[in-house]
Ligand binder design. Structure first.
Ligand SMILES: CSC[C@H]1O[C@H](OP(=O)(O)O)[C@H](O)[C@@H]1O
Length: 350
């Protein structure tokens, strides 16, 4: 079924006074949602990847802060702010790599500190700020998409693009970053097909990117991660567009594990490799990617495919959820303010 219903992975339900998350651990087999009523539930949802994707994590953390603020009973401002700091610390412990989480939490704390009025009024302002962050992200994604289509290879025939993991509407407040570029290229008749790396071990490409493409009738071919270089060698790929979880000031980019090897293969085959990300994903405090914290997740994600164990008892595991692609392998970083060479990213610092 082809539908053009926008996908919003996280949204505020005014009627029920809760956050509604699409449960991404159930896609593509089941489209279901989860009601999040407090900050602890939001922290858990981020940790176990009911909601995932750097911008979506940031928006969710913002709502987690708004929910946490509503749980605080005191009417004394200083005590309220002190307890809100504790909510922030709890949310910060969920996932370490996506800088959007920390940026959003910090923005919510600053909103609370700068707010005037009663505790109740501050709580209302925090909810409004979370909704604002969500709306800004959707607009940012759409701007990234427009900037991204401009830099795609200019060829008369439609393009075959490869992407890794899911940097789609599900990974953002809506529309997507890398997959936003894909959506806009498709809408403008520039796209022939998307090649989606399945993206072991959590399979965000096979499950989520493929689901988003099928929902919109965008031709998509799922490949295993170890096929990407072969497809490039066969001349099947015109460009690569991926998302990001944290970008350092020099353009080094942390993204889902496997992105680095895609970038190396793209370089070897002279295929442009683009990163699409909002400027809120750039951590200008970090000089280079060597300082980006890399999340290590439960080894069972490697030991299993779905519910099926694939390894014998007695083996060790290594499960870094991200890797860092050096700026030298990146043709351009596509932001809402335009696409720039990695070395020019600093020029976009606000
Ligand atoms: C829009 S960028 C999304 C980014 O986040 C993903 O990681 P995860 O699914 O573990 O949250 C992946 O790195 C995507 O590129």
């Amino acid at each position: 079924m082809v539908c053009h219903t926008p996908v919003y992975p996280v949204r505020w339900d005014r009627e029920n006074q809760c956050v509604i998350l699409i449960d991404q651990t159930c896609l593509p087999g089941e489209y279901t949602t989860v009601n999040i009523r407090n900050s602890s539930e939001m922290a858990r949802a981020i940790k176990i990847m009911i909601v995932r994707g750097a911008p979506a994590i940031g928006v969710s953390a913002a709502y987690g802060m708004a929910l946490g603020a509503r749980e605080i009973q005191t009417q004394e401002r200083a005590l309220f702010l002190e307890q809100l700091e504790a909510v922030a610390e709890m949310l910060k412990q969920t996932r370490p790599t996506a800088v959007n989480l920390f940026w959003a939490i910090q923005r919510m704390l600053e909103t609370a500190r700068d707010a005037s009025g009663s505790v109740g009024e501050i709580q209302s302002q925090l909810l409004a700020e979370a909704e604002q962050i969500q709306q800004e992200d959707i607009q940012t994604c759409q701007a990234i998409a427009q900037e991204g289509v401009k830099v795609l290879p200019d060829r008369p025939e439609r393009l075959n693009l490869l992407t890794h993991c899911n940097a789609g509407a599900l990974a953002t407040a809506g529309y997507g970053t890398a997959l936003g570029v894909v959506r806009s290229a498709w809408a403008q008749g520039r796209l022939k097909r998307v090649y989606a790396d399945e993206t072991r071990p959590r399979l965000q490409g096979a499950k989520l990117t493929a689901w988003e493409c099928v929902q919109e009738g965008i031709p998509v071919t799922v490949i295993t991660d170890n096929m990407a270089a072969h497809c490039m060698q066969q001349g099947m790929i015109d460009a690569v567009v991926v998302g990001a979880d944290r970008i350092s000031a020099n353009g080094d980019t942390a993204n889902k594990i496997g992105t680095y090897s895609v970038a190396v293969a793209a370089k070897a085959h002279n295929i442009p490799f683009y990163v699409a990300a909002p400027l809120s994903t750039v951590d200008f405090k970090l000089a280079d990617g060597g300082e980006i914290p890399i999340e290590e997740r439960d080894s069972q994600e490697v030991a299993q495919v779905g519910d099926t164990r694939i390894t014998p008892v007695g083996v060790e595991y290594y499960n870094p959820a991200f890797d860092v692609t050096p700026a030298a392998l990146i043709a351009g970083i596509i932001t809402e303010k335009g696409a720039v060479a990695p070395q020019d990213l600093i020029s976009l610092k606000g």
